[in-house]
Design a protein around this ligand. Sequence first.
Ligand code: ATP
Length: 312
Amino acid sequence: MIEIEAITKRYGDTTVVDDVSMTIAPHTITVIVGTSGSGKTTLMRMINRLVEPSEGTIRIDGADNHAIPGHELRRRIGYAIQGHGLFPHRTVAQNIATVPTLLGWERRRIDAKVEELLSLFQLDAAAFGPRYPHELSGGQQQRVGVARALAAEPNILLMDEPFGALDPVIRAKAQDDLLAIQRHFGTTIVLVTHDMEEAFHLADKIAVMDKGKIVQYAAPEEMLVNPATDFVETLIGAGERPFRLLSVGTTGEAAEAGTADGEPLAADASQRDALSALLWSGRDALPVVGADGEPIGRVTLAGLARRAARPQ
Ligand SMILES: Nc1ncnc2c1ncn2[C@@H]1O[C@H](COP(=O)(O)OP(=O)(O)OP(=O)(O)O)[C@@H](O)[C@H]1O
């Protein structure tokens, strides 16, 4: 659990984070969005004390983060940034092993961790471990950057625009990998992004910042249905709202009893994907199957339309 209490950061006369309080529950993904310069990065960096606050307290699992030496904190909290920040003269394996080596882990444990992470990120350890960062694609470098941030098994992972430099296809893949990895390790993730699509895809809770303040901190569905201010509504993109509502729910949740013809949809696909498949196939209904391939019902255009409509 991360408890941020009345935290303020000033540079000279300028207040860049203004009396922010928020609690981040363990094992969740919190996404911070907002306009450029609204203080997102500064707020996040006060968690691992890359930036020292002017006022206020941040507690990590109950302990004031000021009571923990900065270097210790940054070892315990993973940090991944856009452009990955890999060491160019170290191999992929050495990069991932950086913090475990600092912590004095045994060689065998380090090797096992490197292999586990590379395979979780779908990189073959034998092929990629010995390579240098310049021998990887941008997307692969980025995955190694996140793998490195996770190597010491941190409870908390801070991510600053981690997928900002990736093309849309690789980016979507990287987001899905991150969700799978977060479930695997139960890591508490705080992520800053400019991309609302990404925020709605990943977040358990979204914090919207404007001029150093949090203007709304809520679950995606709640924010869509009840945006706190005009600013939040603009940021969400009012025209996108029905589609975003569908993108935060799964097809399984929208499944109704009954059967339908056509290519089945996976229950864990988003309702937005289901809508797209329905429109594209020209059908009113499509079958839904569970992870085991067994039918669990059908999803209908009318059912999705009800879910995308303003709640009454
Ligand atoms: N070391 C510093 N000294 C002075 N001002 C700073 C410093 N670091 C950040 N700022 C200012 O604080 C404000 C908030 O910066 P921050 O990087 O937190 O914003 P952000 O919301 O992450 O922006 P972006 O989305 O553009 O990355 C900006 O106006 C920035 O210029």
